[in-house]
Design a protein around this ligand. Sequence first.
Ligand SMILES: CC(C)(COP(=O)(O)OP(=O)(O)OC[C@H]1O[C@@H](n2cnc3c(N)ncnc32)[C@H](O)[C@@H]1OP(=O)(O)O)[C@@H](O)C(=O)NCCC(=O)NCCS
Length: 265
Amino acid sequence: MKECDHLTNSEESKVGYSIHPLAIDTEILGINTAKIQIDLSVVDHTKLANSLIKSLNGSEVEYATVRLPISNDEMVNELKQHGFVEVENYLIKIAKIEDLSGKIPKYINGIVVKTATNGDIDELQKTVAPTFTHSRFFKDSHYFTEGAPVRMYEEWIKNSITSGLADFVFVAKLKNQAVGILTAEMDKEGLGHIPLVGVHDKHRRKGVASGLTRVAAHWFKSQGATRVRIETQADNEAADLAYKKAGFNTVDTMVTLRWAKENRN
Ligand SMILES: CC(C)(COP(=O)(O)OP(=O)(O)OC[C@H]1O[C@@H](n2cnc3c(N)ncnc32)[C@H](O)[C@@H]1OP(=O)(O)O)[C@@H](O)C(=O)NCCC(=O)NCCS
């Protein structure tokens, strides 16, 4: 979810990190949550990690995550030695817009893709929100209040449709039932981004994600995108294969590390 507040002090910025409390995540997950950003140009990893742990221990934060390129192994290992745990490996995938629209079949039986409206929220929350079981929210759910991972996605779906969290939201319908969602945004000139794709588990392998991606490709093209980015967990085989088939190539791997205050373990 998007961050809401910033907590940085001069000592932190000197050593190359910042800690950003996440108000929405804290409310939904029931634990004081923050996102950490690290300046990758910092050379003294040990000093950075020591200072970061000191700051976290001295703060209200109980659960924090940081995302780093897996190639930054020295920093990743340093943080692991300081108690951070690897909770997710993320593949960053890019497709050229012409590959994306070209590789997907033009007609997919029975699936209609429309602009999502408020009327789709309930159904998408019921059928799609529980399906993101590869995410760290589900894997780390023992830290959170019961039902929090699903609520996280319910909120994400709702905010994408109603509060402008996404630039455009597509819904896939089969016999008028909302069975899939894809959210789209323009990151910067020429680069589109798909933050969220999910399909009702009873309607998988029917071309729902393919249909959503094909229609989204036309929207991205209309926004001037020449490339589109998508991310998925490295162990999410279905998503990895679906995105590969749609024309995406993996360009980088990121690792998400989590720190939790000792007394919550
Ligand atoms: C990943 C996901 C969106 C795919 O949706 P879908 O509607 O089933 O995908 P499609 O039917 O369009 O499949 C397109 C192609 O992807 C590949 N594919 C999709 N799911 C697959 C699976 N479980 N195993 C192997 N290949 C798979 C196939 O090549 C498939 O084409 P085919 O059926 O003609 O062989 C769906 O599995 C899902 O919602 N998962 C849970 C939520 C999630 O993890 N989202 C991604 C988060 S990053």
